[in-house]
Design a protein around this ligand. Structure first.
Ligand code: FAD
Length: 381
């Protein structure tokens, strides 16, 4: 009977870890990956929600996650409802498995909770594509769009709408307003003024109304069209913004409820999983964490998680071979690439270098890394 390496969640960080481990595990070990639904690529989900033809690009089937007939298994759709010392518990038994699945090693990769469309609302490929297509139609029908939150997500979604609905080819311009509670889009220390001002200038050049330092007091919890047509949304300074579609672009939180219920001391004050440089949980040698849920000091990005997969995989292999898990994660630090549509945006790179539209479009905006994403899931392009 094979020993299990259970991977919880099958987002981009998990998929990379599984791909790295799959080919190097000795016989007698198998990966059991628990997937809540098809692969979802938040990086392209905003364009997927706005631009017709992009609805299937941020979604990848997991059918070919592992070679057919091999020892590794992916269970989908399934949710892990409990983490135990040497096992996980699923919401229900799956083909060939009881609800409780024992593990030799576990990799937690449950990522972030974020309002749709940054994370999917549906758990099949067809339903997730249909959902994005429906959103495109609602956005097309809207005249005035309120974006609540002006972090990277708010900036990117406003940019997608403004670039596509540009007054050409019958695509009438929309009135777009971003309301952000801080005085700068990226308000934490370390983000350069030039990074923020470049993004603001580009949005304003599209005619987007940017309101900083204010909160919407009566906004919805989810993105969507305003029921009954347009209405006024109120800000805490008494001002109001009228809109018939709202994008909710705030509320990002790590998905770490499983760890909290297992051992609350394994989380830090930001509810992220405390990991050692080896990506093992501080108190548990056989449980690892990768991706957005970890407390590694770096931006929570796919790029950062690319460095996690080889570390977790190498250290699991070391433990299997009875050696010390010696590979350490190298934090990527503070860097971010924020698009304004496919042609604009700005980036802050290591050492505080700020780049503008040309770099951002070339490095991210045009492709949104769709080919890399589909490859991660062995899915057709
Ligand atoms: C608009 C936007 C733009 C971005 N741009 C960039 C960029 O340019 N470059 C970059 O590198 N990064 C970017 N990111 C960040 C990147 O998308 C995330 O860092 C990445 O998705 C994190 O991957 P993850 O696997 O850790 O988590 P997630 O993508 O959140 O995946 C976690 C998975 O685990 C599943 N799960 C959770 N709980 C359970 C459970 N109990 N049981 C089973 N499954 C579970 C979830 O359903 C999900 O499928 C962007 C994000 C957004 C929203």
């Amino acid at each position: 009977m094979s020993k299990n390496i259970v991977i919880v969640g099958y987002g981009p960080a998990a998929a990379q870890t599984a791909q790295t481990l799959a080919s190097s595990l000795p016989s007698g070990y198998r990966i059991v990956a628990i997937s809540s639904g098809p692969g979802y690529w938040p990086i392209a989900a905003l364009r997927g929600a706005v631009v017709p033809g992009w609805e299937d690009k941020p979604i990848a089937s997991t059918d070919n996650a592992f070679p057919k007939g091999g020892q590794h298994v992916l269970i989908e759709p399934a949710t892990v409802v409990e983490l135990r010392r040497n096992s996980i518990v699923l919401d229900e038994a799956a083909a060939g498995f009881d609800a409780e699945i024992p593990f030799e090693y576990c990799v937690l990769a449950t990522g972030s909770a974020y309002p749709y469309p940054c994370r999917p609302r549906r758990s099949t490929f067809a339903d997730a594509v249909a959902d994005l297509r429906q959103t495109q139609q609602e956005v097309a029908a809207a005249k005035s769009i309120l974006v609540i939150g002006g972090g990277p997500v708010g900036v990117e979604v406003a940019g997608e709408v403004a670039e596509y609905y540009n007054g050409k080819d019958g695509r009438a311009k929309k009135e777009i307003t971003i309301v952000h509670s801080h005085d700068r889009f990226l308000h934490e220390s370390g983000w350069k003024d030039k990074f923020n001002s470049t993004l603001k200038q580009q949005l304003e050049a599209y005619g987007i109304n940017v309101i900083l330092g204010q909160k919407v007091v009566d906004g919805p919890a989810e993105s969507g069209k305003v029921e009954g047509g347009s209405r006024a949304f109120h800000l805490d300074n008494g001002q109001s913004v009228t809109a018939d579609y709202v994008f909710v672009a705030h509320g990002n939180a790590p998905n770490t409820g499983l760890v909290r219920d297992f051992d609350a001391s394994a989380l830090d004050e930001k509810k992220r999983v405390r990991v050692r440089p080896s990506l093992q949980l501080e108190k548990y040698d056989n449980i690892f964490a990768v991706g957005d849920i970890t407390n590694v000091k770096e931006e929570k990005t796919f790029y950062a998680s690319k460095g996690h997969a080889p570390v977790a995989a190498a250290n699991i292999l070391s433990l299997i071979n009875a050696s010390k898990p010696a590979k350490a994660v190298k934090p990527t630090g503070q860097m971010l690439v924020v698009t304004v549509g496919s042609k604009g945006g700005a980036a802050q790179l290591p050492f505080g270098f700020v780049m503008g539209s040309w770099f951002t479009s070339f490095a991210k905006g045009k492709s949104l890394f769709i080919a890399d994403f589909k490859k991660l899931y062995n899915a057709p392009a």
